[in-house]
Design a protein around this ligand. Structure first.
Ligand code: NAP
Length: 255
């Protein structure tokens, strides 16, 4: 098992790629501290992990609130005695986030609170535990939209994911010498509730995006989680400060 003996803290673990990561990490032998906003959603993830024979503890809270993140990390460490991986996946993609010229201040505040401060708080309270555990891996979920412009903009979201990549590189340089690697994953559009609930519901919008993907399909949660598994385990022990893209070729596509 690739993660035997490791403890992983996963945010946004009640849905989509976070739930898929919790399940995959536990299948590979990790004990998982699974955090999400909704207690019922994360309890369902933990139930699925346990049904499959894995170990996980449900932690509810809001990643944009430092006290919630600190408590969740402390509870994970209490449950399993150490911490080796931070999988900072919780993120929002609000429908009222458009171009910079018509997006309200409240949207910017909300998006940055969750997508950027959420990652920072997890690193603030998690990295000291990773160092104490003899080293570890920070995996921050960014997005391909931080790497290319988009004519259908979500500017607050895009800027927030750019900040995640920048922060990841800073962490990689600061904490690499202490045995803690930090990398970002930049997923392309993945079929999770975040996308299917609104964007992919409209056939015209769906076709417009599909047309831009050389692989001819949207991503699946496991396309990203497999990269997460690689970054979480020791196979990636020399990968540090990278922003790894898994997007079916979108960012390589001119025409
Ligand atoms: P998802 O299905 O919506 O799952 C995100 C989870 O995070 C949800 O359970 C959500 O809870 C939770 N969450 C939201 N705000 C939170 C908060 N403040 N504190 C704690 N948990 C919170 O989304 P996903 O598609 O799996 O996305 C996971 C990550 O990948 C996000 O960072 C997203 O930006 C990124 N990403 C997604 C795509 C894509 O196409 N899906 C592409 C690139 C990057 P609620 O359901 O209660 O809101």
């Amino acid at each position: 098992m690739r993660l035997a003996g490791k403890v992983c803290f996963v945010t946004g673990a009640g849905s989509g790629m976070g739930r898929a990561a919790a399940l995959a990490f536990s299948r590979e032998g990790a004990a998982v501290g699974a955090m999400d906003l909704k207690a019922e959603a994360v309890a369902e993830t933990v139930a699925q992990v346990k049904k499959a024979g894995g170990k996980a503890v449900a932690l509810s809270g809001d990643v944009s609130k430092e006290a919630d993140v600190r408590r969740a990390i402390e509870d994970a460490v209490k449950a399993y005695g150490a911490l080796h991986v931070l999988y900072n996946n919780a993120g929002i993609f609000p429908g009222d986030d458009h171009s910079v010229i018509d997006t309200d201040e409240a949207v910017w505040d909300k998006v940055f609170a969750v997508n950027v401060k959420g990652v920072a708080f997890s690193c603030k309270h998690g990295i000291p535990h990773l160092i104490r555990s003899g080293g570890g891996s920070v995996i921050n979920i960014a997005s391909f939209v931080a790497l290319v412009g988009c004519s259908v903009p979500q500017d607050a979201y895009t800027a927030s994911k750019g900040a995640v990549i920048a922060l990841t590189k800073s962490l990689a340089v600061q904490f690499g010498p202490k045995g803690v690697r930090a990398n970002a994953i930049c997923p392309g559009p993945i079929e999770t509730p975040l996308l299917t609930q609104w964007l992919l519901k409209e056939p015209k919008e769906k076709a417009k995006r599909l047309n831009r993907i050389p692989m001819g399909r949207f991503g699946k949660p496991e396309d990203i989680v497999n990269l997460g598994l690689y970054l979480a385990c020791d196979e990636s022990s020399w990968t540090n400060g990278a922003a790894l893209v898994a997007d079916g070729g979108i960012t390589a596509n001119y025409f």
